[in-house]
Design a protein around this ligand. Structure first.
Ligand SMILES: Nc1ncnc2c1ncn2[C@@H]1O[C@H](COP(=O)(O)OP(=O)(O)O)[C@@H](O)[C@H]1O
Ligand SMILES: [Mg+2]
Length: 269
């Protein structure tokens, strides 16, 4: 089989915050045109990992590459160039409230002075059409639903025609129908643009639907690397409980302890 160069590569990455180890020697190669889903419990370091890919965080040890750039060693000036090739859908969407939809979507194009004003407006229209929101250019974020905001953020993330898109919990906070619309969009964009994608989620329906490959991060390490179909064959208790959404005996015991410690101060349910 022909070797393909990974688009993104993490090599033995370590990251500790205030003596709390989050990433403990994590390695991951992301193949072109694939959608890799990262699952894992809250606080396990999924967002931290994504931030390393765009150089918003630097590893304590190890290396991070985008194409041939060693992101973890690049000065800020060169990082800007790399970031312009990666679309990042931040957790929460994060639109600028004081800007219209059109201004939000055009923002990266304006920042990087891409094309003429007319070309930027045309591009804005194209990407808003892709997410089904052409015509809303003059609205403000507060006038939109949660799902629409995510789609505008997605349009902004693809405005620069990125080679890779990083989605941080794109369906969190949406009802199942709106969440599924986002799943469909992720798939559609991958087909239409051929981009490489990483989707961080703890929504297993979304993971199975959009992923070509599924990896699970737990306590600083990847403990699963499989396909959506492969998930059903996994024989590891931590992974199975995560997939089925079942708390362990130890986690339930923690809940008991919390109830006992708060009964003195809190009114009953
Ligand atoms: N900039 C930061 N400074 C200190 N601690 C951080 C920082 N960013 C993340 N953390 C901590 O790292 C851990 C992983 O966070 P995060 O990657 O956001 O988790 P999640 O998997 O839910 O996305 C958490 O304990 C979080 O508090
Ligand atoms: Mg997160």
């Amino acid at each position: 089989m022909a070797q393909t160069e990974p688009v993104i590569r993490l090599q033995n990455v370590y990251k500790t915050f205030n003596s709390h180890p989050v990433l403990c020697g994590v390695s991951l190669d992301i193949a072109p045109h694939e959608t890799t889903v990262i699952i894992g419990p809250s606080g396990c370091g999924k967002s931290v990992l994504l931030r390393h890919i765009v150089g918003l965080l630097k590893p304590d040890k190890g290396k991070v590459y985008f194409r041939h750039y060693e992101v973890s060693a690049l000065p800020e000036r060169k990082l800007t160039k790399v970031r312009s090739r990666i679309g990042f859908l931040f957790q929460g969407g994060a639109l600028f409230d004081s800007m219209t939809v059109g201004q939000n979507v055009c923002f990266p194009l304006d920042e990087h002075a891409i094309g003429t004003r007319a070309e930027r407006i045309a591009k804005c229209r194209t990407v808003l059409s892709l997410v089904g929101l052409d015509g809303l250019q003059d609205q403000f974020p507060e006038e939109l639903s949660g799902g629409q905001k995510k789609r505008v953020a997605l349009a902004r993330a693809i405005a620069m025609s990125p080679e890779a898109i990083l989605y941080d919990e794109p369906t969190t906070g949406l009802d199942p129908i709106r969440a599924d619309l986002i799943n469909e969009l992720i798939i559609k964009l991958q087909h239409a643009l051929g981009t490489t994608a990483i989707v961080v989620t703890h929504d297993m329906a979304s993971a199975r639907k959009v992923g070509d490959r599924i990896v699970m991060l737990n306590e600083g390490h990847f403990i699963v690397d499989t396909t959506p179909e492969g998930l059903d064959d996994i024989d590891n208790e931590t992974v199975m409980r995560f997939i089925d959404g079942q708390a362990s005996e130890a986690e339930l015991a923690e809940l008991q302890t919390e109830q006992f410690t708060t009964t003195g101060t809190e009114p009953g349910l």
